[in-house]
Design a protein around this ligand. Structure first.
Ligand SMILES: Cc1ncc(COP(=O)(O)O)c(C=O)c1O
Length: 423
């Protein structure tokens, strides 16, 4: 069969061992091709049902009694399930706050712990919020601290060797996105963690674009700290609380910089003297967001059932397929592949960026005329997220044909170059 034919896409779907999961998501418009599950995952049908139960029964009927009937345990209960996807142990992951706030908490705690060390290392592929947060943390930690942002040579691959070179006796913390948000480059978690430890530094991973799609073992790699979003591949819903991970043996040695009553050892004693909980609960601050937090559970359970290894297999096959079709049909039209190539499969996440001088207008045409939703990341990246539980190979194929037509027939000329508020 011609590997560039529509029949090949149909055959890949027919042989997809995860195909049955698509039906477990709410899909109102079957013609909409949704390639933004790396930014906001689709809604699981089970989350829609749970949402009704939360509003009509748990909140309306049970009122304050709900706290003793599962709400109080929610951050740890769902945290333990997420731990299963990250290769962490029970009691090492909690739902709390947003990714940015969790990064602030864990990075501040790490700097306070690392006395006598003054450097924080990251890279220029990291999500901007992470770099802003590190700036605040360092600003508050005092003049002696500095941030070193190691640049990538091609803006696609993480500067792994240069980071290892930069680590030294003065490094307090290395913090990186495991999968970078633009190119999808994915670091070697075990290698970088080991290099940080060899220099005496702590490591803090941002797992936002990796959780639920990249197999990993935080336990085997002995990772110190991690944070991540739940609204991407975990399908937790818009603005759902994030997760944080602290390795067991570090938990009673790190202090929460925003101490609050939810992290107090015996919170219902209402003692004015703060005594942090001995376990990870000390990293909580205020009342957990029960409605949005609870809705994360069905998506996580589905990922566990499908199996992270099977999910990764499809993600690799699908991103390979997309890149191979893009090389054949799109590169001759001026598109570039701004993500690791097929040969670099080990360092690729589950999203792929295509560059084009008319990227923004092509993105607008895709959404407006072809019902295809990717997103756009400046300066010229059209970013396509492949969520193995619901993206089909036929959708991938149709997207390539649309991208081809938009340039060949100059469809993009119908769109302005003005950037919309949300891209
Ligand atoms: C890699 C990464 N880190 C951090 C964030 C910020 O997350 P939040 O808005 O939940 O703080 C995002 C948001 O998309 C992200 O992609």
């Amino acid at each position: 069969m011609d590997k560039n034919s529509f029949e090949t896409a149909l055959a890949l779907d027919a042989n997809d061992p995860l195909a049955q999961y698509r039906d477990q998501f709410v899909i109102r418009d079957p013609e909409l091709i949704y390639l933004d599950g790396n930014s906001l995952g689709r809604m699981p049908k089970a989350a829609a049902l749970l949402g009704r139960d939360l509003i009509e029964k748990q909140w309306a009927d049970r009122l304050i009694r709900g706290w003793g009937e599962g709400w109080m345990d929610m951050p740890g209960r769902i945290g333990d399930k997420i731990a299963g996807l990250l290769g962490a142990n029970p009691g090492e992951v909690l739902l709390a706050d947003s990714t940015s706030v969790n990064l602030y908490k864990l990075a501040s705690a790490a700097l306070a712990f690392q006395t006598g060390r003054s450097k924080v290392i990251s890279d220029n592929l990291n999500f901007p919020s992470d770099i802003y947060i590190l700036g605040s943390v360092i600003g508050q930690a005092g003049k002696n601290f500095q941030l070193e942002v190691v640049p990538s040579e091609d803006d696609i691959h993480g500067p792994e060797e240069a980071i290892i070179q930069a680590l030294g006796q003065d490094t307090a913390l290395l913090t990186l996105s495991l999968t970078t948000f633009k190119s999808g480059f994915t670091y070697d978690l075990a290698r970088l963690t080991e290099a940080a430890h060899a220099a005496g530094a702590l490591i803090l991973w941002d797992l936002s674009h990796s959780a639920g799609v990249i197999p990993m073992s935080l336990a085997a790699a002995h990772v110190d700290l991690a944070v991540g979003c739940t609204y991407k591949y975990l399908n937790g819903g818009p603005g759902a609380p994030a997760f944080l991970y602290v390795r067991k043996d570090l938990q009673d040695r790190l202090s929460n910089p925003i101490a609050g009553w939810m992290g107090q050892q015996n919170m219902f004693d209402f003692d004015l003297d703060y005594q942090p909980a001995e376990d990870l609960r000390r990293m909580l601050t205020g009342t957990p967001a029960i409605l949005s937090g609870s809705l994360i559970e069905p998506g996580v359970e589905m990922l566990i059932e499908a199996g992270i290894e099977e999910i990764r297999k499809k993600s690799v096959l699908m991103t390979d397929y997309f890149i191979q079709l893009a090389q054949t049909f799109l590169v001759p039209l001026g598109y570039s592949i701004n993500s690791p190539s097929p040969l670099d499969v080990d360092v690729r996440g589950s999203h792929v960026s295509l560059g084009h001088a008319e990227g923004l207008r092509i993105d607008k045409a895709l959404i407006d005329e072809y019902k295809i939703i990717p997103d756009f990341r400046a300066p010229d990246n059209i970013r396509f997220g492949f969520a193995p539980l619901y993206t089909t190979y036929v959708e991938v194929y149709k997207t390539i044909l649309a991208l081809k037509e938009i340039v060949e027939a100059e469809v993009f000329l119908r769109y302005s170059q003005t950037k919309p508020t949300v891209t």
